[in-house]
Design a protein around this ligand. Structure first.
Ligand code: ACO
Length: 327
């Protein structure tokens, strides 16, 4: 057996267009004060009409490839985490494989909503630690603006578009991914979903009339489940890694709501100084949150060899996931 996988490089792409809370005040009955105090979000990025999930993912991937200084043709596998794919099929991973010229790579998507990037990371680690593949590209990329109802103030203020990517390899002397915890609760599918567009409820004129092609969410329920599941998953993962919260340099939480992060910080008894936060600038970018945070932390020179990180996510499904890794 080879050793576990390490992140050898990162990349990110955020669309240029910024949509501020003040802009949203002109679109729905809301206020900067409400959005900021309830969520911590100030602004988010919105992709162009003809800029797709695969385009953003490819841009982030190219940056990670360049930073790792590898030939795209040496990539063995591409895993894309997204809940806003270009199409139902083919996979967004196949579009990206072509765009970046990774002609040797196998490619598939993973759908675990906001937990998707960590599900992908853990899946990739199985291939690397099992000795099946040497180099894997993982991308979290989302065009959430395409599934948000821009007339629904309960949801449209929360989300943004963007992409992040990492390259995984096994590196001598680096322990890499140390432990993980993945979970799901399929009894609660209805509190966060897009009802129409699959075989359960195809897009019909009636479905469109009821706007069922858009994301629907019971915010309060999701909030409560998120705090409980993220906290439990983080504790399980830390225990598996044999490490305590005080050993961590950074905790990268899912970037849904500052109040959720604050509640998790309190329960773990870790100061907010150790939490990476960018939701104020990008909102919730679902599966793209984690790799964007990782990239920004690495680019800011805030990650040194040997640092321990905890990443913890929560999303529709319901799904949750935690990973402890050594940088
Ligand atoms: N502007 C002004 N008022 C608003 C807005 C808005 N944008 N949105 C809702 N309100 C109103 C509501 O209508 C409600 O009014 P009412 O009392 O007259 O009915 C009032 O504000 C309070 O609403 P609450 O739901 O109690 O607000 P809460 O404090 O719970 O915050 C929020 C709402 C921000 C959605 C919060 O519940 C939350 O963050 N939930 C979690 C969301 C999340 O984590 N999603 C992640 C998963 S996404 C994925 O997996 C793709």
């Amino acid at each position: 057996m080879s050793s576990h996988s390490s992140i050898i490089s990162t990349g990110a792409y955020l669309p240029e267009r910024i949509l501020t809370n003040e802009d949203l005040e002109k679109m729905v009955d809301t206020s900067n004060e409400w959005i900021l105090s309830r969520t911590g979000i100030r602004e988010r990025r919105i992709a162009d009409k003809d800029e797709f999930t695969s385009d953003m993912g490819a841009r982030a991937a190219e940056q990670a490839i360049q930073s790792a200084d590898i030939d795209p043709k040496t990539i063995d596998l591409i895993i894309v985490a997204t809940c806003t794919p270009d199409n139902v099929f083919p996979s967004t991973a196949c579009y990206i494989q072509h765009k970046i010229g990774a002609t040797r790579a196998a490619a598939f998507d993973i759908q675990a909503a906001c937990s998707g990037f960590l599900y992908a990371l853990v899946t990739a680690d199985q291939f690397i630690s099992g000795g099946v593949y040497r180099t894997i590209l993982i991308i979290g990329t989302e065009k959430l603006s395409s599934i948000v109802n821009w007339q629904d103030r309960n949801t449209c203020v929360l989300f943004g578009d963007g992409a992040g990517a990492v390259i995984l390899q096994s590196r001598p002397g680096v322990r890499g991914l140390l432990a993980y915890d993945l979970g799901a609760d399929g009894a609660q599918t209805e509190i966060l979903s897009i009802p129409a567009g699959g075989c359960r409820l195809p897009i019909t004129p009636e479905a469109l009339d009821q706007q069922l092609q858009y994301l629907q969410m019971s915010g309060k329920e999701v909030f409560k489940c998120a705090v409980t599941a993220m906290n439990r998953s983080a504790e399980t993962c830390l225990e598996k890694a044999g490490c305590k919260p005080e050993h961590l340099r950074w905790i990268i939480p899912h970037q849904a709501n500052f109040r959720i992060v604050d509640a998790v910080a309190q329960r773990l008894n870790v100061s907010m100084e150790h939490f990476v936060i960018n939701l104020d600038r990008y909102g919730n970018t679902s599966a793209a949150c984690m790799p964007i945070c990782l990239h920004e932390t690495a680019m800011a020179g805030k990650l040194d060899r040997g640092d321990l990180l905890l990443m913890v996510a929560f999303g529709g499904g319901l799904t949750w996931a935690s990973v402890v890794l050594e940088w």
